[in-house]
Write a protein that binds this ligand. Structure first.
Ligand code: AP5
Length: 224
């Protein structure tokens, strides 16, 4: 397996960001976080930000035509030549098809789709306690994964805040969007033999161990 081309799939609050940060470090992969790219664009008032803002505030998916081009640019960039880790993309079948086509043109393939599974009630509990740093979006939880100093990011010392879309009513809307539009990607990728499922209710370090073990097995199988 010369390159690792990975997707993190799962409902809001499944722990995609928590695992993504660790995996990109573990494997030295460029980490493309769609939600962070969009939030930065909103914060900077760019054209992309203006197009995305109202959907994000309401907990709805941003239209495919707005998102696809931005993410494919990253996948096709030199930085991602030896592999990538996508978090939050694709989220619809048309997005998955666009990614498949773009990789086909580059004569590349996905290695695996890592699906982190967590029930809806747990999602609501997690997101109400989540805090993220203003500088780089590093993720904490008041109860399950608190920072060493209250309100301060361990990694870059910036302030920790609650995301606007982590209000319970917006979280429930995000979950509806997930079940309506994104959950079907699990069967889409299962049919293509790419899906690997993980119990996201285990502690973060255990989920990370399980994912790493799965990727090690995939690498081993390739050599046999
Ligand atoms: P995005 O930012 O991608 O949000 P999301 O998918 O809803 O995911 P989250 O970031 O909320 O959760 P996560 O799974 O990363 O969990 P985390 O690790 O933080 O998208 C935001 C918006 O952007 C969307 O609503 C949409 O509008 C738009 N958008 C994005 N991509 C798009 C696309 N492709 N197309 C269209 N629109 C798009 O963990 C959550 C909490 O739980 C944390 O506090 C963490 O510390 C804790 N935790 C994590 N793991 C565990 C564990 N194992 N046990 C206990 N606690 C844990």
């Amino acid at each position: 397996m010369s390159e690792l081309n990975l997707i993190l799939l799962g409902p809001p609050g499944a722990g995609k960001g928590t695992q993504g940060e660790r995996l990109s470090e573990d494997f030295g992969l460029p980490y493309v976080v769609t939600g962070n790219l969009l939030r930065e664009a909103v914060r900077d008032g760019t054209d992309l930000g203006h197009k995305a803002e109202k959907y994000m505030k309401e907990g709805e998916l941003v239209p495919d035509e707005v998102v696809v081009e931005v993410i494919l640019e990253r996948v096709q960039s030199d930085e991602a030549r030896d592999g990538f880790l996508l978090d939050g993309f694709p989220r619809t079948i048309p997005q998955a098809e666009a990614l498949g086509e773009a990789l086909g043109v580059l004569e590349r393939e996905l290695t695996a789709v890592l699906a982190i599974e967590v029930p809806d009630d747990e999602v609501v509990r997690r997101l109400s306690g989540r805090r993220t740093c203003v500088k780089a979006g590093h993720v904490y939880h008041l109860e399950f994964d608190p920072p060493k100093r209250e309100g301060i990011c361990d990694q870059d010392g910036s302030r920790l805040v609650q995301r606007e879309d982590d209000r319970e009513d917006v979280v429930r809307k995000r979950l509806r969007e997930y079940h309506d539009k994104t959950a079907r990607l699990a069967s889409y990728y299962e049919e293509r033999g790419l899906l690997r499922r993980f119990d996201g209710c285990r502690p973060p370090a255990e989920v990370n161990d399980h994912i790493r073990a799965t990727l090690a097995t995939l690498r081993l199988e390739e050599r046999l």
